[in-house]
Design a protein around this ligand. Structure first.
Ligand SMILES: CC(C)(COP(=O)(O)OP(=O)(O)OC[C@H]1O[C@@H](n2cnc3c(N)ncnc32)[C@H](O)[C@@H]1OP(=O)(O)O)[C@@H](O)C(=O)NCCC(=O)NCCS
Length: 147
């Protein structure tokens, strides 16, 4: 599916697979620095059956991704990670990724874990931004969902 977020170029939101490991790992490291998941965790998140994952692609390059954890018994989805390349931020990509991820999770509540200091992420995940109800968002200093 092709989306054209405001202010940005043509963007595709596509399912991500283990074949995207290298490019998503690069993005992970660029966006999270010392908090970045090790490659084995990124690979696991791209392979587990109970996760949904999407990448934002521009000019055949992955410039963002989202990983959602499905906790079906609790009717809950957990955004384990979301990141957009610095050069492509503030163009609506996180919003597109979240919307697609929430749709694929298909649960009533979606939670996101992030740093209390990360105001940009707070803003972009607000219910007003995604148009869906959210449970109270847990916050940690690591900015990643607990496993
Ligand atoms: C958080 C992050 C994913 C946002 O990506 P993005 O594609 O720039 O977000 P969007 O363009 O969809 O922004 C949606 C809304 O969020 C808010 N927002 C995003 N970045 C912001 C910033 N730097 N300052 C203030 N508000 C911001 C705005 O309300 C924005 O809407 P607007 O541009 O219409 O005002 C990106 O900044 C990032 O990768 N950060 C590092 C990784 C991270 O912290 N991930 C979250 C924890 S897992």
């Amino acid at each position: 599916m092709i989306d054209k977020p405001a202010g940005g170029g043509q963007t595709e939101i596509l399912p991500a697979t283990w074949r995207d490991l290298r490019s998503l790992l690069e993005l992970e490291r660029l966006c999270f620095g010392r908090d970045a998941w090790p490659w084995v965790d990124v690979l696991a998140s791209l392979s587990f059956p109970e996760t949904v994952r999407f990448k934002a692609v521009r000019e055949e390059k992955a410039v963002g991704f989202v990983i959602g954890d499905l906790r079906r018994p609790e009717n809950l989805g957990w955004i384990a990670s979301i990141a957009v390349h610095p050069a492509h931020r503030r163009q609506g990509l996180a919003r597109l990724l979240l919307a697609r991820c929430e749709e694929a999770l298909g649960v009533r509540y979606v939670r996101l874990t992030l740093r209390p200091s990360n105001t940009s992420a707070y803003a972009s995940i607000s219910p007003a931004a995604t148009g869906r109800p959210t449970a109270s968002s847990a916050t940690t200093e690591m900015g990643k969902a607990p496993s």
